[in-house]
Design a protein around this ligand. Structure first.
Ligand SMILES: C[S@@+](CC[C@H](N)C(=O)[O-])C[C@H]1O[C@@H](n2cnc3c(N)ncnc32)[C@H](O)[C@@H]1O
Length: 175
């Protein structure tokens, strides 16, 4: 199936946490999403991503400043299913069959404060264990579970550098 997965990060932190935002972007890119919407991010985050795309390939995009309401509304308007990750949701192992059948998905991850409306707007509220942990970990596991490992073989075209996997040391070639 030709799946399209986008990610939305909802909710601002009291202290801006660029490292978490960057990690959400890098995990989304590496594990098969095509873009991420961030409500509040510094240009630094997009600069880092541009550099990563240039060096390691692909066309992953970060879209800044979009309100979560607008992103969810537009996603639904184009028939995209909204999958909100929360410890209060249904265990991933119970809904993964349904999620694997979806062609277009918007995965929503939160910060400390997620507006109650997000829980109601979502087509699926999904938990990766019913314990609190991290949006980065939850996102990685859900991306992996939905794509069943296919994302691990994904190619990143037009890269400047390419890694030759090796059991010991580092091998990198220029394209
Ligand atoms: C710091 S946590 C806040 C935990 C929050 N009370 C919740 O609803 O999951 C920030 C984000 O991490 C994700 N998250 C944390 N634990 C999770 C879990 N067990 N399952 C799914 N997502 C989780 C959610 O997207 C959450 O909004």
């Amino acid at each position: 199936m030709d799946r399209s997965i986008r990610v939305l990060r909802v909710g601002q932190r009291y202290v801006r946490d660029d490292r978490t935002l960057t990690h959400l972007c890098l995990v989304s890119r590496a594990l098969g999403a095509e873009s991420i919407y961030l409500e509040d991010a510094e240009k630094d985050v997009t600069g880092t991503l541009e550099q990563v795309n240039k060096t390691w390939g692909g066309e992953f995009k970060a879209v800044l400043g979009a309100s979560w309401r607008k992103v969810i509304k537009e996603a639904k308007g184009e028939g995209r299913s909204v999958v909100h990750l929360t410890m209060y949701g249904m265990p991933i192992q119970d809904v993964i069959g349904e999620l694997r059948g979806l062609e277009r998905i918007l995965i929503v991850v939160g910060g400390p404060k997620v507006p109650g409306k997000v829980y109601h707007e979502a087509d699926f509220n999904v938990a990766v264990t019913s314990q609190p942990h991290s949006e980065v970990a939850a996102l990685a596991i859900v991306l992996h579970e939905i794509q069943g490992g296919e994302e691990l073989k994904r190619a990143f075209p037009k890269s400047k550098l390419r890694i030759l996997p090796t059991a010991h040391g580092k091998r990198v070639v220029e394209n």
